[in-house]
Ligand binder design. Structure first.
Ligand SMILES: C[C@H](O)[C@H](O)[C@H]1CNC2=NC(N)=NC(=O)C2=N1
Length: 101
């Protein structure tokens, strides 16, 4: 059964524990800043591994010294679900190890 779309109230409650993340339309997004391009690239690889583990994948953009994620759940017709929140939490947890802010 596909995950269900979260209500705006449910999304807001989850974002309270995800500083820097925001809901934009049917997506959760966040930009992280890093000290170097290489550090940003390493974080992208780490996120890619987590995404394969979760079988849930963001649009993941490597910048000069930034990493940007935008995630929605396609199987819910393009809506924010618990799967997006779970990915955001995992990324939030690994970010400090990369010096990402
Ligand atoms: C078959 C596989 O479970 C699906 O294609 C997964 C893979 N990654 C995914 N990622 C995202 N963001 N949404 C999905 O619905 C999704 N579905």
């Amino acid at each position: 059964m596909p995950p269900h779309a979260l209500s705006q109230q449910e999304i807001d409650a989850r974002l309270a524990d995800l500083p820097g993340w925001s809901a934009e339309g049917d997506r959760l997004t966040r930009e992280y800043r890093l000290d170097s391009h290489f550090a940003a690239a390493a974080m992208v690889v780490h996120i890619a591994r987590v995404q394969d583990e979760l079988d849930h994948h963001s649009d993941l953009t490597l910048g000069y010294r930034s990493v940007t994620l935008s995630v929605t759940t396609h199987s819910a017709g393009g809506a924010v679900t618990e799967r997006d929140v779970q990915l955001a939490r995992r990324v939030q947890a690994l970010a400090p190890g990369h010096g990402a802010t």
